[in-house]
Design a protein around this ligand. Sequence first.
Ligand SMILES: [Zn+2]
Length: 167
Amino acid sequence: MDNATEAIGHICVDPPLNETEIEYVAAVAAGLRSTPGQPSPLGCWVPCVDGCCLIADDTDGLDEITDWLRHLIGYFLKPGARASAGSPLLGFTFDHRLDGTVAYYDAEAKDLFAIKVTNNRVTRRTLQADPAAYPVDLPPAAVSSSSRTSAPLPDNVIDLATRRRQR
Ligand SMILES: [Zn+2]
């Protein structure tokens, strides 16, 4: 796939992922581990080396990126995540809070999106749809200062600048 999307930004993880969790998330992203109910074979999100943020793969589709983020949070990141029940995953803390916004440009659709996470809740919205498909009016041209001064004022408007100069 040749860069269907381009991403700006990352999602913060607080407290940061520990070593075990960093390795696990990276292994899921590489397809070396799988988790029950995952949206697709490869996880889209990789942690930074410090575990304090998650960065999405640019090349995955937006549905996949959004679904994967919800999956990671619900399965083993948030307090009370599914993997904390029964025989919990060893070395996992299940106490992470994710916050942040990642903006995506979909080169194919020419649409701009944002994936926003607030206290582990993931939402996605369109910031701007393809301007060619939905024409957007250009902003009105700025009036240049020369054309403003040369335009004659209506009779009932007092030209303060001229009056001041005359004093
Ligand atoms: Zn980080």
